[in-house]
Design a binder for this molecule. Structure first.
Ligand SMILES: NC(=O)c1ccc[n+]([C@@H]2O[C@H](COP(=O)([O-])OP(=O)(O)OC[C@H]3O[C@@H](n4cnc5c(N)ncnc54)[C@H](OP(=O)(O)O)[C@@H]3O)[C@@H](O)[C@H]2O)c1
Length: 323
């Protein structure tokens, strides 16, 4: 089978197509014959080994794990011992390591059945971005009538976040650039802010929740538009080349101690119940996957470069045609 691997940290040019043996499912695992995946910023942080903190976890001087990719969409081919609830032939989606391959072995906890109304290709764009958006809104306890500001509304996470916040009953103000205003409006945002024209942090404190997906503004600026008991959720780009995410966690803990406004530095986690919630919404077509473009597995370097441009409108999908 074909798989995408890298042998050292670096840019998309390090990615190579290799031909390798198909994996075997261990205890609690399933082998999925992949039909689709997508590119997340997480993938090129892993690829580049940046912030450098990533290398402590992933291996020095070279990455221990050579396979790449995170989002799963395909058909269960075999199940390992101890797996209940999934059988060969089930169409599933979710996430797991090494997803940019014709076959991938993943924990059975990382996938759920794909609703019939959800296309296999689109399902490849749900895993990481959908879970991140949902968990960000859940952690902030977004509910009916809450005023939610989403900064970075047009990317992979943002397009899910706008739709999910509306499904949770919130009033959504979305921040994006001029070319993406109509896209975000179609997703249901109530108010739009074009960040090339207006500065949303100049307004009065009026939001119950600010979800920062873009990562370009300081937490202090974003907290200034929160109500006195509001919550800032940061899931965007960590600053700095070295320990980016750790600073975000430390800053969130400190500012929450010093003010009544809560700050959460989100680290999205694998959670089957959350995946199932997404599947249920996707089944009703109340939630859809916004597609930036579709690339073949062999063209993954082009897809990664597109993601690194930070201009993606929705999800960058990979079509995988397993032999
Ligand atoms: N903490 C976690 O667990 C977690 C999980 C997943 C993702 N993330 C992080 O979340 C961030 C977003 O991920 P993603 O998949 O949505 O990325 P993405 O798809 O690459 O986001 C691209 C979008 O960001 C928008 N954008 C860029 N700068 C902006 C700004 N200053 N203001 C408003 N929008 C801006 C762009 O819109 P314009 O072209 O209109 O600027 C583009 O549509 C990444 O930094 C990723 O690493 C964190």
């Amino acid at each position: 089978m074909r798989a995408i691997e890298r042998r050292s940290y670096g840019g998309p040019e390090r990615l190579e197509v290799v031909v390798t043996d198909a994996p075997v499912a261990g205890v609690g695992q399933v082998v999925v014959r992949q039909q689709a995946s997508s590119v997340n910023p997480l993938d090129w942080h892993e690829l580049r080994g940046k912030p450098y903190l990533v290398r402590l976890a992933r291996g020095l001087p070279r990455p221990r794990e050579q396979r790449m990719g995170s989002d799963i969409s395909g058909v269960v081919e075999s199940v390992g011992p101890g797996v209940t609830g999934l059988v060969p032939g089930d169409e599933v989606f979710g996430f797991g390591r090494g997803a940019w391959a014709e076959r991938v072995v993943v924990s059975a906890e990382g996938v759920v059945r794909r609703p019939a109304s959800l296309d296999a290709l689109d399902a490849g764009g749900v895993g990481v971005a959908g879970i991140t958006a949902l968990q960000a809104l859940e952690r902030a306890e977004v509910g009916a009538g809450h005023r939610v500001l989403i900064v970075g509304a047009s990317g992979g996470v943002g397009t899910f976040a706008v739709q999910l916040a509306k499904l949770l009953g919130a009033h959504v103000t979305a921040v994006t650039s001029t070319p993406n205003l109509s896209l975000v409006a179609r997703l249901g945002a109530d108010d739009l802010v074009d960040y090339t024209v207006d500065d949303v942090t100049r307004g009065i404190p009026r939001f119950d929740v600010v979800l920062d997906v873009a990562g370009g503004r300081s937490p202090r600026e974003l907290r200034s538009v929160l109500t006195p008991t509001g919550t800032l959720v940061r899931c965007g780009e960590p600053r700095g080349q070295w320990i980016g995410p750790l600073l975000a966690f430390a800053g969130a803990a400190l500012s929450t101690r010093l003010t009544r406004r809560r700050t959460i530095a989100l680290l999205a986690e694998r959670d089957r119940a959350d995946l199932q919630r997404l599947a249920d919404w996707l089944a009703t077509t109340a939630l859809r996957v916004v597609v930036d473009g579709v690339h073949d597995l062999d063209d993954v370097a082009v897809a990664v470069a597109r993601s690194e441009s930070r201009r993606a409108r929705g999800k960058i999908l990979l079509a995988i045609d397993a032999a």
